[in-house]
Design a protein around this ligand. Structure first.
Ligand SMILES: C[S@@+](CC[C@H](N)C(=O)[O-])C[C@H]1O[C@@H](n2cnc3c(N)ncnc32)[C@H](O)[C@@H]1O
Length: 300
C-alpha cells in the first residue's frame, strides 16, 4: 500500500480487529475517528459500514488530513468528512458538521509514522531535525521554544512529570547549559551529557522526547476534554474506543472512564474491564504496537 504517486508506505494501524470489534461497526453506522492520522482505521471503518455508513475524521495535523483525504475519497467518494481540529473540540466539531449523535468514536492517540518519519517534525531522536514536535504546525509553541525559554526548574518538572524521567534535573541543567538548542541533535547532545549514551532497556532520549511532545501538544488536557466531549456525542449504546501508548495516557483514560461508569447516574458501561493488548504476533509484525492498550466503553 503506497501513498498515491509515491513509494511511501502508510502508517500501519494497530489493534485493527480488536478496534473494529469493540466499535461494533455496522452497515449504515455513523462514526468519528478523532485521530484520523493516515486513515488506516478510518478506511476499515468505512469498509465495514458500507453502503450508507459515514465517517467524520478529525486530526490536528493538516498533512495527515491531506493524506487520509486522498485515500478515503478514492475508496468511498463522499462517505468521509474531514476536519482540521483538535480532539478536545470533538463535541463542537461533531455538532457543527451534523455528526451528533453517532454510533462510535475512535481515538488512536500519539504519533503516526508520517509524523515520526517526517523531514521537519522533530519527533524522532534518531534524526537531526528542527526541534518542533507540534502535531499542528500551524499554531502553538514549538519544543525549541520550550527548551530555550523555560526556567531550569520548570523544565526539570516537565521532564519528570510527563516523561517519568528520574534524571530530569540533570537533563534540564544540561539543556540550559547548551542554549540555544535548535535541533534534535542539540537536544540529544544535552541528554547524553547528562545521562550518558547507553542506559538500560530504552534509549536515553526516549523519556525526555515523550515529555516535550506531551507538553508541546498539551496532550493530557486535550485528551481529558476529548473524552468528555466524546460522551456528549455518542448515542445510547454507542461505543468509545481509545488506544493509548504510554502509561500517563492510559491512566487518564482508565480513571475518566471508571468515574463515568460508577457515577450517579452512570453514563457508561465498561465493555471490557481489562485493557486489550496486541498479540505477540502483532508485536512481531509491528513493533510500534508493543505499547498499545485499548479500552472500550458503551454509552448508557
Ligand atoms: C497514531 S496516529 C493515528 C493513526 C490512524 N489511526 C491510522 O490508522 O492511520 C495519531 C494521530 O492523532 C493525531 N492527534 C494526536 N493528538 C491529537 C489531538 N489532540 N487532536 C487531534 N489530532 C490529534 C496526530 O496528529 C496523528 O495524526
Amino acid at each position: 500500500m503506497s501513498a498515491a504517486g509515491t513509494q511511501r508506505y502508510y502508517h500501519q494501524p494497530v489493534l485493527v480487529r480488536q478496534a473494529l470489534e469493540a466499535l461494533v461497526v455496522r452497515p449504515g453506522g455513523w462514526y468519528i475517528d478523532a485521530t484520523l492520522g493516515e486513515g488506516g482505521h478510518a478506511s476499515l471503518i468505512l469498509d465495514a459500514s458500507v453502503p450508507e455508513g459515514r465517517l467524520l475524521g478529525i486530526d490536528a495535523d493538516p498533512e495527515a488530513l491531506e493524506t487520509a483525504g486522498r485515500r478515503l475519497e478514492a475508496m468511498r467518494p463522499g462517505a468521509a468528512l474531514l476536519v482540521h481540529g483538535n480532539l478536545s473540540h470533538i463535541g463542537a466539531i461533531a455538532r457543527d458538521h451534523g455528526f451528533a449523535p453517532v454510533d462510535g468514536v475512535l481515538m488512536d492517540l500519539g504519533l503516526s509514522s508520517l509524523q515520526l518519519e517526517g523531514e521537519e517534525r522533530g519527533f524522532s531522536f534518531q534524526r537531526d531535525q528542527p526541534l518542533d514536535m507540534r502535531f499542528d504546525d500551524t499554531s502553538g509553541a514549538t519544543a525549541a521554544e520550550l527548551v530555550n525559554t523555560l526556567a531550569e526548574e520548570d523544565l526539570a518538572n516537565l521532564i519528570y512529570r510527563y516523561g517519568e524521567e528520574r534524571r530530569s534535573r540533570a537533563i534540564a541543567r544540561a539543556i540550559v547549559g547548551r542554549r540555544p538548542l535548535r535541533t534534535t541533535g542539540d537536544l540529544n547532545q544535552a541528554i547524553w551529557e547528562a545521562v550518558g549514551h547507553a542506559r538500560g532497556r530504552i534509549h536515553p532520549s526516549t523519556r525526555t522526547y515523550q515529555a516535550l511532545r506531551i507538553a508541546v501538544n498539551q496532550e493530557l488536557d486535550n485528551l481529558q476534554q476529548g473524552l468528555e466531549g466524546a460522551l456528549e456525542v455518542l448515542k445510547p449504546g454507542g461505543r468509545l474506543v481509545v488506544i493509548s501508548y504510554h502509561s500517563l495516557e492510559d491512566r487518564l483514560v482508565k480513571e475518566c472512564l471508571r468515574q463515568e461508569s460508577f457515577g450517579e447516574p452512570p453514563r457508561l458501561r465498561l465493555v471490557q474491564k481489562r485493557v486489550i493488548r496486541p498479540t505477540r504476533d502483532e508485536v512481531e509484525r509491528n513493533r510500534r504496537s508493543r505499547s498499545a492498550r485499548l479500552r472500550v466503553v458503551e454509552r448508557l
